[in-house]
Each structure stands twice: as structure tokens, then as C-alpha cells.
Design a binder for this molecule. Sequence first.
Ligand code: FE2
Ligand code: FE2
Length: 168
Amino acid sequence: MINTSIQENEAVLQQILSSCEASRLLETKQFMQHGDTNVYEHCIAVARVSCLLADKMGLSVDRGSLIRGALLHDYFFYDWHVPDPGHRLHGFTHPKRALQNAMDDFALTTVEQNMILRHMFPLTPIPPRCLEGWVLCVADKVCSTLETGRFTQNTFARCFYAGLGERG
Ligand SMILES: [Fe+2]
Ligand SMILES: [Fe+2]
């Protein structure tokens, strides 16, 4: 049952990724996020973990919005490890920048906009207004911890980082 939903989630994820091919999403591969994981890989893993959490907890979420918001939550185009006045206080400022960039490239629902803008809660003090945003907050922290600790190759994490087809 859970495997079926993982496959369904993956199908929706791949469909949304295909629809993003003309956007700047692929550019995020150039920028490291945590450890040896780039921003693109991070966002895909966050989308997968978000779906898994929603399924495991039996949450009634908009699957498309959950995946789109997760894919775009870190839609910025710089290496935040490199000191630059243009992205000072990255942890606090990047949600707003990601949202602006995402709105330049996509027509987002209010749920997707809120997910992106509030995903750094509680570092940024205003919480999400939607269930999808809360799921994203948790999934982002799970993935950030795995990446920072370089646990992305362990058995648990591999399906989120390598994708279903590459699990072994
Ligand atoms: Fe972020
Ligand atoms: Fe993130």
C-alpha cells in the first residue's frame, strides 16, 4: 500500500519536474545546499519526504501543491556559503527571495506561496497557514539534517536522494 503511494507520488513529482524544464529550476544544480547535496537535489528530496510524511500521517493535502511548493521552496540562484552583501542573513531572507523568483516563473496558488514564504519557521517567526506548509517545514528540516550530517547515502536516505529507479 505504502509502496503504491510512493510510486504515485513519484509519478506526480516527475510530471511536475517535466513541466518545470523551461524554468530556472535546473540552474539550482549549480549551487550547494548542505554537505555534498546541491539545491536541486535537496528540493527533490524535500518533495519526496513531504509526500511520505503526509501519507504516513494520513494528512489530507493537495498533492500537487505539496510537491510544487517543496520543489520551489529554495528557488534562489546563489551559493549562500560565499559571503556576499547581496545575500546577507540568508537563513532569514531567502524564503522571500525564493517566492519572488518562483512568482516570476510560475503561476502559484496561495498555498504554494505560503509554503515557500514560511518554510523557515521557527527561524522566521511567522508559521505557515496551511497543512502543506507545516509538512514542508518538517521535511525540510529532516533533509537538511541528513545532508549536513552527510547521511544521504545511507539505506534510509538513498530513496529520497537517488530516486526510486536507482534504489538497490
Ligand atoms: Fe530554505
Ligand atoms: Fe530547504
